[in-house]
Design a protein around this ligand. Structure first.
Ligand code: AMP
Length: 383
């Protein structure tokens, strides 16, 4: 390429986002606040990102000419959705730097590739076996023991394409539930808690992290994040070191989240990676000097990373479509709370399990922040 892609991309430039959900929306808000223009590309319109972007392109990710035209209109392309094909990333990269790179997406969008990469690089991951057919499942179970979790290798998120296997589980049904194709069988981890580290790596290799934050899931979907996590300092230090190592090994430019299990023995294990701002980092929008979204912008534009300082202990609770079951939530009740921030993503139909928004509460300590955010969410369904 004749063009130098190392020069900083400064305010006034246009950044392109492949994907159009809430992550792109919050990224676009951060970018526009700093005077950048934002174009978004996805197969939908009137999207969470499109509603706040300068330009919303509706086209298929497989329409490589449309991807090329999109990349020609921006100074840098980033992703808010990691399941973009390698062909689309390569098409974009012909005309603008793609950050993170297509290689990072290729590895992290597929469980076998991701787990194999991590294991080969010496990072601690859950024990796993690759399962390519129902016939291979008994052998994998014999290797790992039960209980175990069968997960589809590709395109899984929020527990979709997963099946728990116990001694009395119908293996054929479990294999179907996991998608019936290439799968990874994981040993079941009897964890103390789940936590994550959201971090960023700049174009010049600079590194910044938001510390360890604790995650509680409900039905496999993140429910509440509390910052900072109440885990032993040694476990948090180890996890941050691992996170830095992962960003360096993958040569990431941008934000990446590492989700961890804390085992009862005190050992930390990587569950999975997300090569982008993450739901467990949403609290940073309100509670940190630099949000994960601004950090993503800074990294992909070749700027210095901002301070990740946590201004006050905070907790985030997701608002799923289920909250709409009996009508519009009670917004007035929650907006009456002075230390609680409401975020809604502009999605029209509140389906059960769909992430519609979140609340962030701040308090003198993390435990109180978590109590406040749960209490605030309960108020939404009060009349
Ligand atoms: P994932 O989509 O792989 O992050 O899985 C969603 C959730 O399922 C995790 O956050 C855990 O709560 C649970 N889970 C996934 N894998 C395992 C495992 N190997 N052992 C125990 N729980 C798991």
């Amino acid at each position: 390429m004749s063009r130098s892609w190392r020069a900083p991309i400064l305010p006034g430039a246009t950044v392109g986002v492949l994907g159009s959900g809430q992550l792109g929306r919050m990224f676009a808000i951060a970018a526009r606040r700093m005077g950048y223009r934002v174009h978004t590309f996805s197969p939908d319109d009137d999207t969470p990102t499109g509603q706040v972007a300068d330009l919303e392109i509706k086209a298929s990710y497989d329409d490589l000419d449309a991807v090329r035209r999109f990349a020609q209109s921006v100074s840098v392309v980033t992703f808010e959705f990691e399941n973009v094909s390698s062909a689309a990333t390569a098409a974009a990269a012909e005309f603008a730097p793609a950050r993170p790179s297509g290689e990072v997406l290729h590895i992290t969008q597929h469980r076998r590739r991701e787990k194999t990469f991590l294991r080969d690089q010496g990072f601690p991951v859950t024990q796993f076996e690759v399962v390519n057919s129902l016939d291979q499942l008994p052998h994998a179970i014999a290797e790992l023991g039960l209980p175990a979790v069968l997960k589809s290798a590709g395109f899984g998120y929020d527990g979709k394409g997963q099946a728990r296997i116990h001694s009395d589980t119908d293996l054929a049904a479990a294999y179907q539930q996991a998608g019936g194709g290439e799968c990874v069988l994981e040993a079941f981890v009897d964890f103390e808690c789940e936590f994550s580290v959201v971090a960023a790596r700049a174009l010049d290799g600079g590194f910044a992290h938001y510390g360890a934050v604790e995650n509680e899931h409900s039905n496999h979907i993140l429910d509440v994040t509390t910052a900072p996590a109440s885990i032993p300092a040694e476990a948090a230090r180890t996890a941050i070191q691992i996170t830095r190592g992962v960003l360096e090994a993958l040569d990431v430019v941008g934000v990446l989240c590492v989700e961890f299990f804390l085992e009862r023995s005190g050992r930390v294990l990587i569950n999975e990676l997300a090569p982008r701002p993450h739901n467990s980092g949403h609290f940073t929008f309100d509670a940190c000097v630099t949000s994960q979204f601004e950090q993503q912008l800074r990294a992909i534009c070749g700027l210095s990373l901002g301070s990740t300082e946590l201004l006050r202990p905070a907790a985030m609770a997701n608002l799923l479509g289920d909250l709409w079951a009996n009508g519009e939530p009670n917004w007035q009740a929650v907006t009456a709370l002075p230390d609680v921030k409401l975020h809604l993503y502009g999605k029209a139909s509140p389906r059960p399990g769909r992430k519609m928004g979140h609340l962030t509460a701040m308090a003198p300590d993390a435990e109180e922040a978590a109590e406040r955010v749960r209490m605030a969410r309960d108020l939404l369904t009060s009349r």
